[in-house]
Design a protein around this ligand. Structure first.
Ligand code: ADP
Length: 261
């Protein structure tokens, strides 16, 4: 069977019996492979900006009398690359904190409407001069969600940042944020009218460092870790994550979280 790994254990018992056990090791082998791939990817992601910083620092050290405009350009690039490393390191630390806490049930009463409003304000700031509007629809009398306020804030911030970074290109694009409440679930959705994600890529976008359009992700300050963080936080909250997308139409990310009883 492709992709599966087995261990065969044969033991001779007394009285002429032989015990044969076939154990499926696929999960531990693939977990180990994921860990190795993750370390390799993280090292690669950090090495790329670091090489630029070292190269530019050497240029400065070799020729301290560079013209002012060139110095300014070198400085701006070094700052940009250092910030990229900082974002990657912060996201990696978030991921490892979430993983460390995964067996600890989060128990704050999270005012989800406030979290959403703050995330929209953050996204408006991020949007800058881009021509896109936010449509926010939050159900009244929303019950709180039992969870971790900072982590749920991060979920909303990541989803809205993606909607802005990928969906705020076209003229008068709209980003719709909705929060509804039905049968003990609070449902949050973020819908954009950006380029969408092709069907082949969709199942992989929550993997660490997986990017559909690497250049676009980098240009807009992405780390490739945003949706991986979202997925882990939603899992920790025993919630559900669904991403629906159509090329050329847009993307809708929906999260369901159990409402606090
Ligand atoms: P990144 O920092 O690269 O945005 P994410 O983990 O947030 O990393 O997303 C992974 C990839 O999924 C992105 O690089 C992008 O290709 C794709 N993606 C995520 N959100 C959207 C969206 N709203 N519209 C189009 N593509 C998206």
């Amino acid at each position: 069977e492709p992709g599966r790994s087995w261990r065969l254990i044969v033991r001779t018992l007394s009285a002429g019996f032989t015990l044969v056990r076939l154990m499926d090791r696929s999960d531990s082998v693939s977990a180990e492979k994921m860990r190795v791939d993750f370390v390799a990817n993280a090292s690669h992601e950090l090495r790329t900006p670091l090489s630029t910083i070292i190269g530019y620092a050497e240029t400065l050290a070799d020729d301290p009398d560079l013209p002012a405009d060139m110095l300014a350009r070198l400085g701006a690039t070094v700052r940009g690359e250092a910030r990229r490393m900082q974002r990657i390191i912060e996201d990696l630390m978030s991921l490892s904190r979430i993983e460390a806490d995964r067996f600890v049930a989060p128990d704050e009463l999270v005012p989800i409407a406030e979290v959403v409003r703050l995330a929209v304000a953050n996204a408006e700031h991020l949007r800058g001069a881009a021509t896109c509007d936010f449509l926010v629809d939050i159900a009244e009398d929303l019950p709180p969600v039992r969870g971790d306020t900072a982590q749920l804030q991060q979920v909303l911030d990541n989803l809205l940042s993606n909607a802005v970074r990928y969906g705020c290109d076209g003229a008068h694009a709209t980003i719709a944020v909705a929060v509804t409440y039905t049968r003990s679930w609070v449902t949050l959705s973020v819908k954009d009218h950006g380029p969408g994600i092709a069907r082949d890529h969709l199942p992989r976008v929550t993997e660490r460092f997986y990017r559909v359009d690497e250049a676009r992700s980098r240009e807009t300050g992405g780390t490739g870790l945003g949706l991986a963080i979202v997925k882990h936080i939603v899992e920790r909250h025993r919630g559900m994550l669904e991403i629906k997308s159509t090329l050329g139409i847009g993307t809708t990310v929906t999260i369901r979280l159990p409402a606090a009883p």
